[in-house]
Design a protein around this ligand. Structure first.
Ligand code: TYM
Length: 334
């Protein structure tokens, strides 16, 4: 039986991915490449919805690629590519824009949050249509599952709606995808504000663990994490969001269950927990950091890997786009 298809994407924002990206999504990417027909893209077109220095974007795209490989993506097991290398993403993006209601796009909470923060004059149209391009990313590949963190759930819902709308209006072409969200680490929170998600754009630097940061920097951040009143080390996300976040991080990286960690830390203090989490995080990412630096020494090899990925992606994407255009009545070029 052929393997089920999955697709996911990540923005090349910042010089490093953070712990939330890894636990919420990338860890699952690595696992799922073993059992699924996996397509993973670095969504550089999504990243230009905020203005970014071209030199920095170039660097980030390569660093993102190197990091994904260092974290365990294997080009022999998955297709890893840059979104901008596959023009069909923009082409299907336009088709999807023509199927999306204005109000429907306006209800996307990430758009509402971001546009409210920067004000209407500084909000670009690309930020508004961002989730529609994301829908095209997914639908092009006929993906059955989309491994993401909890914050992407609404975008996957929109993708499903648009896929279904196309199928019922024109022709049954698209596979309707499902979000693949692991319960345990669907939302990693900010170390300084454990009621908010860890995020490159919203969190203060002290609240975010960048996986490429120096071990001592990350150890310090974790040891300075905000914890809760009381002394008991117990998982309770409502009453003890700080401690619960640290337990989640430890458990996801060490593989120990939350219950085992609660017994291990019974009678111990918050300082002990923070010290243990710092060690787990630092040791987990030490080899990833080293491997990323190593891979970045050979950018030609990275671009070669991306070319192989883009070639595979293009074949699938072109095939879907052709069917879509045909179903809509766009005549093919002679
Ligand atoms: P991005 O680049 O913001 O994040 C990449 C992935 O990391 C997850 N994530 C988190 N998970 C748990 N806790 C957190 N604090 C946390 N922060 C981020 C995100 O859920 C995501 O899975 N719109 C997408 C990129 C995208 C995409 C796609 C994803 C474009 N096209 C097609 C899937 C399929 C985004 O901005 O992710």
């Amino acid at each position: 039986m052929s393997k089920e298809r999955i697709l996911s994407g990540i923005q090349p924002t910042g010089g490093s991915f953070h712990l939330g990206n890894y636990l919420g999504a990338l860890k699952q990417w690595v696992d799922l490449q073993e059992s699924h027909d996996a397509f993973y893209c670095v969504v550089d077109l999504h990243a230009i919805t905020v203005q970014v220095d071209p030199k920095i974007l170039r660097e980030r795209s390569l660093t993102s690629t190197a990091q994904l490989l260092a974290l365990g993506l294997d080009p022999a097991k998955c297709s890893l590519f840059m979104q901008s290398h596959v023009p069909a993403h923009n082409q299907l993006g336009w088709v999807m824009e023509c199927l999306t209601g204005f109000g429907e796009a306006g209800r996307m909470t990430q758009f509402k949050d971001k546009s409210q923060k920067s004000g209407a004059d500084r909000t670009v149209v690309g930020l508004f249509t961002y989730p529609i391009l994301q829908a095209a990313d997914i639908l092009l590949y006929q993906a059955k599952y989309v491994p993401v963190g909890e914050d992407q759930r609404q975008h996957i819902e929109l993708t499903r709606d648009l896929g279904q709308r196309f199928n019922s209006t024109y022709k049954d072409i698209f596979t309707i995808p499902e979000a693949y969200i692991t319960k345990a680490a669907a939302k990693i929170n900010d170390l300084q504000d454990p009621s908010a998600k860890m995020s490159k754009t919203n969190s203060s630097p002290a609240g975010v663990v960048d996986i490429l940061d120096a071990p001592e920097v990350n150890a310090k951040k974790i040891k300075s994490a905000v914890t809760d009143t009381g002394r008991e080390i117990k998982f309770d996300s409502a009453e003890k969001p700080g401690v619960s976040n640290l337990l989640t991080i430890h458990s996801a990286l060490s593989g120990k269950s939350i219950a085992d960690l609660e017994s291990e830390f019974a009678g111990k203090g918050y300082g002990d927990l923070k010290g243990a989490v710092a060690e787990v995080v630092v040791e987990y990412f030490r080899p990833v950091r080293e491997r990323t630096m190593e891979l970045l020494k050979d950018p030609a090899e990275l671009t070669k890997i991306l070319k192989v990925g883009a070639d595979k992606a293009n074949t699938v994407a072109e095939d879907t786009l052709k069917k879509v255009y045909d179903a809509m009545g766009l005549i093919p070029r002679a």
